[in-house]
Every structure is written in structure tokens, then in C-alpha cells.
Design a protein around this ligand. Structure first.
Ligand code: HH2
Length: 306
């Protein structure tokens, strides 16, 4: 069998869809990197990484220097089985970092990774311009109206709606779907429509299939393969596979900090299938992989002069 025939199915691109408009002012004409800045004691791979907010600010700016296009600051772990934290505690963790980044003139948009409307509000007041909610505005009853108000007040800002089934505490207890790709795409379409009905334009929305959020390893692989169904919804697509449990299982690597190669493999495949933004811990490694990827997939003056 011809190699091209063998590869036709799984490597098919997201059927030449138009490029979505810039997300939080970042053009999506090439794959972009969102760096994870967790200021939590218990995140599954980088919990406790920073000793204080100054170290987190320095670490985040180093990730920008390494090529990150967004910084995603989070103060609550949403790993499976995580204990929820109060909005007040979450804000104590994230605000000094967002304020420090804003003071330092951070050149890329700062995202706040939160399920709490009040945290999104204070984060925006401190300078954040992306609201990333892994519950797609379902966890906190105020989130829909707050997201709509923030997006209206800041037309250059972005909203990430991420699919999850259940809450972090219980979501990995036997997750079930009739058809995981169809169910996730339908749920994201509904989340987008709900936000649109509240006044958020589709151009300000990115959709994320929520790898690991109420999904088995097989579900995760299916949603990555099925990304064209999500890209077809017409919004920017964000994908977070970095260091996740299914990468560890496939790579036989129990240490999350050693899962960059597997994460990059999954991320690049996601880009081929329609992801515009990869949420990653290993910024320099991912940026290098994407530069080579982009040079091959998007011939330019630079590549023809090699
Ligand atoms: N994954 C995590 C957290 N936030 N946001 C989006 N949009 N997509 C994701 O896949 C996603 C996310 C979980 O990863 P991490 O932040 O590294 O771990 P923890 O939740 O333990 O802090």
C-alpha cells in the first residue's frame, strides 16, 4: 500500500478551513504557544515550581523570551482528584504574578486560568486579557455574565471555552460518551452559542476539547484525531496535551517533567488536525518543534534561502 494511502485518514488536515481572526490580538496564521504558569502547590506537573511571585514573574518572562505567545496563569489545580480552592485563595496566588507581569511590561497577552468569575474580574483589572475557563462558564453561575462584560469592555480580549465532563474531583470516575468526538463538538458548539447569546462574538472565543477532563486515554486520542470537527465550528482551537497522564501512559514515563517529547508529538498532530494554540509547559522545546514544522508546512523567503 502506498504510504500516502496509509496516512490519508489520520494525517488529513482540518479541510482547509479559513484562519480564524487574531485571538487576543495574536494572529493565528501560524501555530501559537500558550505557556503554563501555575502558581499552585499541587499542580500535577509543575506544582510548587516557583518560590514566590517574583520567581513566577521571572519564570514567565523567560518563557516569553523562549517564544511563548501567551502566558496562562493559574492558581487552582484542576488535575483529576484535585481539591477546589476558594476564589480568595486563588486570587492571593495569581494577582501578584499578573500585577508583576503587567508592571514588567509583559509583551504577550496574559491569560487567567480560572473557574471563578470574581477571579477573572480581578485578573482583568490587573491586566489579564484572556479568560480561560476549563468548565466553559458552567462552574460559577456568574461566569457567563462576567465573561460577556469583560469581552465587551475589552474587544481585544479572548475567552477560552474548554470541554469537561464533571468536576475535577470526580471527572475521571468512568467517563462515558455516546460518541466522544460528536459529544465534545456538540457541547462546545452549545457553549459557544450560550456565550454568543450573552453577547460574546465568536471572534473572541477559542474552543478546547479539554484533553484529560472527564476522558479516558482512548477518549483523549479520539478527540485529538477528531479535532477537525471542533475546528469546523469556526472559532480558534486551543489544545492542552502537555505532560498529561495519557502521554505518560503511552510513553511509559511516570515523571511528568520528562514528557516533553510525547507532548510535542501529540501537539504537532493536533496542529495538523486544526489546533491553533498549544498550551504547554515545555516552551522552548515546543517552539523549536513548531519552527521546524512551520518552515516545512509554510514555505517562505526564509526557507527558500536556506
Ligand atoms: N489543562 C489544565 C489546566 N487548564 N486549560 C485549558 N484551556 N486546556 C487544558 O487542557 C487545560 C487548562 C491542566 O493542566 P495543568 O495546568 O498543567 O495542571 P493543573 O490543573 O494540575 O494545575
Amino acid at each position: 500500500m502506498e504510504l500516502s494511502t496509509t496516512l490519508a485518514g489520520p494525517t488529513q488536515r482540518a479541510a482547509s478551513l479559513p484562519t480564524p481572526p487574531p485571538f487576543a490580538r495574536v494572529p493565528l496564521d501560524r501555530p501559537r504557544v500558550m505557556a503554563v504558569v501555575n502558581v499552585t502547590p499541587d499542580s500535577f506537573s509543575d506544582g510548587g515550581r516557583w518560590r514566590g511571585s517574583d520567581a513566577a514573574v521571572d519564570g514567565a518572562l523567560a518563557m516569553v523570551a523562549a517564544g511563548a505567545d501567551f502566558l496562562d496563569v493559574g492558581g487552582e489545580s484542576t488535575r483529576p482528584g484535585a481539591t477546589p480552592v476558594s476564589p480568595a485563595e486563588e486570587q492571593d496566588r495569581v494577582l501578584p504574578v499578573i500585577e508583576g507581569l503587567a508592571r514588567a511590561g509583559c509583551p504577550v497577552p496574559i491569560s487567567i486560568d480560572t473557574r471563578h468569575a470574581a477571579t477573572a474580574q480581578v485578573a482583568f483589572a490587573a491586566g489579564a486579557r484572556v479568560f480561560n475557563d476549563v468548565s466553559a462558564l458552567r462552574h460559577d453561575p456568574d461566569s457567563l455574565s462576567v465573561a460577556a462584560a469583560l469581552m465587551a469592555a475589552h474587544p481585544e480580549a479572548g475567552l477560552v471555552l474548554c470541554h469537561s465532563q464533571g468536576d475535577p474531583e470526580t471527572m475521571q470516575n468512568a467517563p462515558r460518551y455516546a460518541h466522544v468526538v460528536r459529544d465534545v463538538a456538540a457541547s462546545l458548539a452549545a457553549a459557544r452559542d450560550r456565550a454568543a447569546a450573552a453577547g460574546v462574538p465568536a471572534a473572541q472565543i477559542a474552543l478546547d476539547p479539554g484533553v484529560g477532563f472527564g476522558k479516558t486515554g482512548a477518549h483523549n486520542l479520539d478527540v485529538i484525531r477528531g479535532l477537525p470537527a471542533i475546528a469546523a465550528l469556526g472559532c480558534a482551537v486551543l489544545l492542552g496535551v502537555s505532560r498529561k497522564r495519557f502521554i505518560g501512559a503511552l510513553a511509559h514515563e511516570p515523571d511528568p517533567a520528562r514528557r516533553a517529547p510525547g507532548s510535542i508529538a501529540a501537539g504537532l498532530f493536533g496542529v495538523l488536525r486544526g489546533a491553533h494554540i498549544l498550551r504547554v509547559h515545555d516552551v522552548a522545546e515546543t517552539v523549536q518543534a513548531l519552527r521546524v514544522w512551520t518552515a516545512i508546512t509554510h514555505p517562505s523567503e526564509e526557507t527558500s534561502a536556506l
